[in-house]
Ligand binder design. Structure first.
Ligand SMILES: Cc1cc2nc3c(=O)[nH]c(=O)nc-3n(C[C@H](O)[C@H](O)[C@H](O)COP(=O)(O)OP(=O)(O)OC[C@H]3O[C@@H](n4cnc5c(N)ncnc54)[C@H](O)[C@@H]3O)c2cc1C
Ligand code: FES
Length: 426
């Protein structure tokens, strides 16, 4: 819910609460006199809200179910190991708008794999009716396991996906997003390729004509990894409400120049943030590697930032958000240490019956994977619908409503927990 002012004549301004997304006027709050200049800017604001609402309504009609074919129209090398892929719908029809911060789900035929592979990539541009953009970083083998195969899909994109190629893509989804027209100032915190949804958010603020104040803290190793640099410079130079603070954890001597390429040496910490934002009273949007997010979240907590002012997304299975999604009142085997586990999950197609131990698994997907049962997954945060399973008997529960439609009798395995004994078709 946001507030807006409407000029109704004779110098009267009615302040109303406006649901910006739907455009529904909810209640009249108060009356006051305003200057002529304020009236004009209020009128302008109302027109803007109406235009955004109308555009969203129009564009949401263009959403699609399942996978849609997209052409890779442009590929741009953004930094070492990071490339952007600009996608246009193959059918040429307009695209639905998305909420800045949301992601696309891709299904790819990777020749080494027996079946199609699913991965999610955040939209890295503001909403446009003609194209989407994602920016993808190559994922190497883990440092501790250098002999493991490198990331399958990120490397496939870099090595094999080129302009003119056709990709299968699901409609934008996800519940990590920002309302560009909201009032509270925003602090965006990005680690590495976690910059992608942040650029989308900044672009959406600017494109909506909004005045929302936003400060981005962007942590990368050095100039080699500094993705989307020109775009961020353009956003902060041309828009007084947008500020970008870049931290290099390992600037290269003789290459990276402080004050020119980056602002601070070292990692993004709350101590660094305090140099730029004087109070903690903002809305925080964070995306990056899970250890980075955990550390910054803890520091924000110590600074007194309420948990519900922090929105975060982790790129991958070790998602902090996914773990926190376990319902507090899920079927916890409270007396597990002394009693046999009481709640049973039966995976009917695999013929396995497994005791639910909430201390070990945070979702049905975790439980299945830990027991060698294959369920397809993408985002692992309840946003893409890939892990949908049929519930044959019993029911599941969620901490918060998943962000995609689920038919009755189905559940999203990545965020669902059993609500008593359960039989799952997997
Ligand atoms: C909502 C969301 C948005 C995202 N947005 C972006 C984005 O904008 N940009 C972006 O670049 N990424 C993004 N990601 C991450 C992306 O979806 C992929 O997770 C990422 O590209 C890695 O996928 P991959 O197939 O390359 O790696 P995977 O094949 O999934 O491998 C992951 C890691 O496991 C290692 N590994 C593989 N096999 C083994 C093995 N046998 N033993 C040990 N280690 C192994 C790999 O070396 C790699 O380090 C996002 C993720 C989510 C959930
Ligand atoms: S994996 Fe995306 S909703 Fe479960």
């Amino acid at each position: 819910m946001e507030t807006a002012a409407i000029y109704i004549g004779s110098g009267l301004i009615v302040l109303v609460a406006v649901q910006v997304i739907t455009g529904t006027v909810v209640s009249v709050l108060s009356l006051s006199r305003q200057t002529k200049q304020n009236r004009l800017s209020n009128l302008f604001m109302l027109e803007r809200i109406e235009a955004v609402r109308a555009r969203r309504e129009r564009e949401s009609k263009n959403a699609w179910n399942g996978f849609r074919k997209f052409v890779v129209r442009q590929r741009i090398e953004e930094a070492k190991g990071t490339a952007s892929f600009c996608l246009e719908p193959h059918d040429g029809r307009p695209l639905p708008a998305f909420k800045p911060g949301q992601f696309l789900t891709f299904q790819l035929d990777v020749p080494t794999e027996a079946k199609p592979v699913i991965r999610c990539y955040s939209l890295s541009d503001g909403p446009r009716p003609d194209r989407y953009r994602v920016s993808i970083k190559r994922v190497p083998a883990p440092r501790k396991e250098p002999d493991a195969p490198p990331g399958l899909v990120s490397n496939f994109f870099h090595d094999h996906v080129n302009e003119g190629d056709i990709l299968d893509v699901r409609a934008p989804s996800g519940h990590f997003f920002m309302d560009p027209l909201a009032k509270p100032s925003a602090v965006l915190i990005a680690g590495g390729v976690g910059i992608t949804p942040m650029v989308s958010m900044l672009r959406a603020i600017v494109d909506s004509g909004g005045e929302r104040q936003a400060t981005l803290f962007y942590g990368v190793r050095n100039g080699e990894d500094h993705a989307l640099k020109d775009e961020l410079t353009e956003l902060s130079s041309n828009h007084p409400n947008i500020r970008v603070v870049t931290c290099y954890s390992g600037p290269r001597a003789g290459h990276d120049v402080k004050g020119q390429d980056y602002d601070q040496a070292g990692r993004v910490t709350v101590e660094v943030m305090k140099e730029y934002i004087k109070t903690s009273n903002h809305r925080y949007f964070m995306c990056g590697p899970p250890p980075f997010m955990k550390s910054v979240t803890d520091q924000l907590g110590e600074w007194g930032v309420p948990k519900d002012h922090i929105y975060s997304e982790a790129f991958g299975p070790a998602s902090i958000k996914a773990k926190s999604k376990k319902p507090k009142d899920a079927a916890e085997p409270a007396a597990a240490a002394v009693e046999a586990v009481k709640v049973k999950v039966t995976f009917s197609r695999s013929g396995k019956e497994i005791g639910w131990d909430a201390g070990k698994a945070s979702s049905l997907l975790d439980l299945a994977e830990a027991n060698g049962i294959e369920i397809d997954s993408g985002c692992r945060t309840g946003g893409c619908g890939t892990c949908k399973v049929a519930i044959k008997t019993g029911s599941v529960k969620y901490e918060s409503d998943p962000d995609c439609d689920i038919e009755s009798g189905c559940g999203l395995a990545c965020v669902a927990c059993p609500d008593g004994d359960l039989v799952v078709d997997a």
